[in-house]
Design a protein around this ligand. Sequence first.
Ligand SMILES: Cc1ncc(COP(=O)(O)O)c(C=O)c1O
Length: 301
Amino acid sequence: MKQKFNRKNSRIKIFIKDRLYERKDAKISVFDSSVQGGDAVWEGLRVYNGKIFCFDEHVKRLRESAKSLLFTEIPARKFIIEAVTETLKANNMNDNVHIRLTLTRGEKITSGMDPRLNKNGSCLIVLAEWKPPVYDNKSGIKLITSHICRNSSRSLDSKIHHNNLLNNILAKIEANISGADDALMLDISGFVAETNAANIFMIKDGNLNTPAADACLPGITRKLVLDIAGNLGIKCFEKNLSVTEFYNADEVFTTGTMGELTPVTEIDGRKIINNINSGIFRKIETKFRELTLNSGYKIQN
Ligand SMILES: Cc1ncc(COP(=O)(O)O)c(C=O)c1O
């Protein structure tokens, strides 16, 4: 398992709805929609060098996901920024921190699926932890292809960043059983969508390719990588890609806030050539690193 318990997180303070709680007291109601039906939306953010990376983009996606699910009383951008800032300050956190920002539909008056049972407005949770990127981004990760598909936009649109993570969790279980780090997930037509936790890219003959954002989350890191590559003069394509094309790629890597940019060394037992130290991946990764250090929302004192 890549992640371990970090003692530094044993006494952190967590924001729930309108105030901070000690970790041991940070609890939500059994009537909360997230407990009842996974009825919540979320974002993962990272803090580098006193700044929250891509903060506005994450807040925007959180609020849009909530709107798509017809949440009532979606907190304003200002409220979210203040809650996150208050949490980071209370924990003296300014670097090497991951924030799990969750907005649930809130507490129900009785158990049940119907959102009309939610009479108390939504509930914001800010969980900030000391957490370095979860993968070893030097040696890379191994993937297997899962038989579990990503949702199509006719079932649960991947453009909503929701907490119904069971199809990803089933794929992750397959990866665990196979001894792989993560699972590659296909769309319902059999083209690659993403992994259970991140977006995926491949480089072939100098061009950068990634699945079109039909069945994958249109990741914020994914967009940054496309922008960086465009600025470096690398041709980028968002299109249908098969697993076979990934097997025969020159370089493969995943992207996401939690793990940053991670080389993939093997898929279903096929080794990826991955010239990671002199290839295109490293050029993009270097620019990405510069951005994490030099941009972002400065945590106010
Ligand atoms: C399934 C999935 N794909 C991709 C990503 C990466 O998205 P981002 O770059 O916005 O962190 C995430 C992150 O939460 C995810 O859960």
